[in-house]
Write a protein that binds this ligand. Structure first.
Ligand code: PLP
Length: 376
């Protein structure tokens, strides 16, 4: 039986393919998953969440959770009408695209950028085009972005902090993108799933920046809850209403267990503040270890990324998809080829520092040793 044509050309992502090469001896610096362990209070909240009745909730999620999400977003959104809890940020992306994209529409995505944007657009029958980032700081090239907006452009995707770059986008640039989208009658989808993971200034959010802005976020990365699938969509009511209608047919509602836990996390403000501070402190130490090892072992000084937990490291002298496979099979270390994130990623490896300092050191040393054997 042939799968539907919308799946033509869609395979498991290069990230999944590389991660599938892991063995018990591998050091995994390919993973986009935080190495955060729940503390006793978080475990206690999870135990309490497990005791709520295991029923469906409203499609958009419990009103209690939506109130907490709204409050965590500075009260910009109406919890009753402008927020929808989703099964992870990924479901938010799928629901948003399914709600607004028709065949013939186009989505503008960052290059390099998170690969799901173009793939989900294609599943919706839409095309994608990419806008450029200046490798010097991975700043959005606004001129290029503007030149790429055409009549069929329906959604411009912004991801700050970025996977795979760790780059953030300043408030002025975000505002300009909203203006451009307004001028051309399109939407902006702002993926802020790494919004709480930063080193220095808190990244600007697009929340409330315009009537055409959809914000996605969730707890996967900030709270090490990737498997619990809890995210959300926040947008003005006219955009949220169709998305909730779509979401009911994607997943009915997010898991009530995860919703209850998320509600407790966000309501427990002092615990949450201290969790987020500790999380940032841990990633900051891991970032320092990664950048130090990258410089020593790979001979490149990667500027400190302002957010997320990825270093995008230039390795210009080879085919990086082949290199990542060889690193996995010959050197027992996983890193993701930059080309997995778009054509502009070729010549880079994404090294995740969501790992212990020891593992980071060992993994990068293995990469360095392997690259030196190639140079001989
Ligand atoms: C940029 C970006 N957006 C969305 C997601 C999906 O996150 P979630 O686990 O909340 O679905 C990821 C996961 O890697 C990501 O890197």
């Amino acid at each position: 039986m042939h799968p539907a044509s919308r799946l033509d050309g869609i395979d498991f992502s290069l990230i999944r393919q590389i991660n599938a090469l892991a063995t018990p001896l591998s050091v995994n610096l390919g993973i986009g998953e935080p190495n955060l362990e729940p503390d006793p209070e978080l475990r206690e909240m999870a135990a309490r969440a497990s005791r709520v009745p295991w029923h469906y909730t409203l499609n958009a999620g419990t009103i209690e959770l939506r109130r907490e999400i709204a409050s965590s977003m500075s009260g910009i959104y109406d919890p009753a009408r402008e927020i929808c809890a989703t099964a992870g940020t990924e479901e938010g992306l799928f629901t948003a695209f399914q709600s607004f994209l028709d065949p013939g529409d186009e989505v503008l995505v960052p290059n390099p950028g998170f690969l799901a944007y173009a793939t989900v657009a294609s599943i919706c029958g839409a095309s994608s085009a990419s806008y450029a980032l200046d490798p010097d700081g991975w700043v959005i090239d606004l001129e290029d972005l503007e030149s790429k907006i055409i009549r069929k452009t329906k959604i411009i995707v912004v991801n700050s902090p970025s996977n795979p770059l760790g780059a953030t986008v300043g408030a002025q640039t975000l505002k300009r993108i909203v203006e451009l989208a307004e001028e051309h009658d399109c939407l902006v989808l702002s993926d802020e799933v790494y919004g709480e993971i930063y080193y220095g200034q808190k990244p600007a959010s697009m929340a409330g920046m315009g009537a055409n802005v959809i914000v996605l976020s969730g707890l996967s990365k900030s709270h090490g809850m990737t498997g619990l699938r809890l995210g959300w969509i926040a947008a003005p009511e006219s955009l949220t209403t169709p998305m909730v209608r779509m979401h009911q047919y994607v997943t009915t509602c997010a898991s009530i267990f995860s919703q209850s836990l998320a509600e407790m996390i966000l309501a427990n403000k002092s615990w949450n503040r201290s969790w987020l501070e500790q999380m940032r402190a841990q990633f900051s130490i891991q970032q320092e270890a990664a950048l130090f090892s990258i410089e020593r072992e790979l001979g490149v000084a990667v500027p400190k990324p302002p957010g997320a937990f990825y270093a995008f490291v230039p390795v210009p002298f080879c085919d990086t998809a082949a290199l990542a496979r060889e690193l996995a099979t010959e050197a027992a270390v996983l890193a993701i080829p930059g080309v997995a994130f778009g054509t502009a990623g070729e010549g880079f490896l994404r090294i995740s520092y969501a790992a212990s300092v020891d593992r980071i050191g060992t993994g990068i040393e293995r990469i360095g040793r392997y690259l030196r054997t190639l140079n001989r």
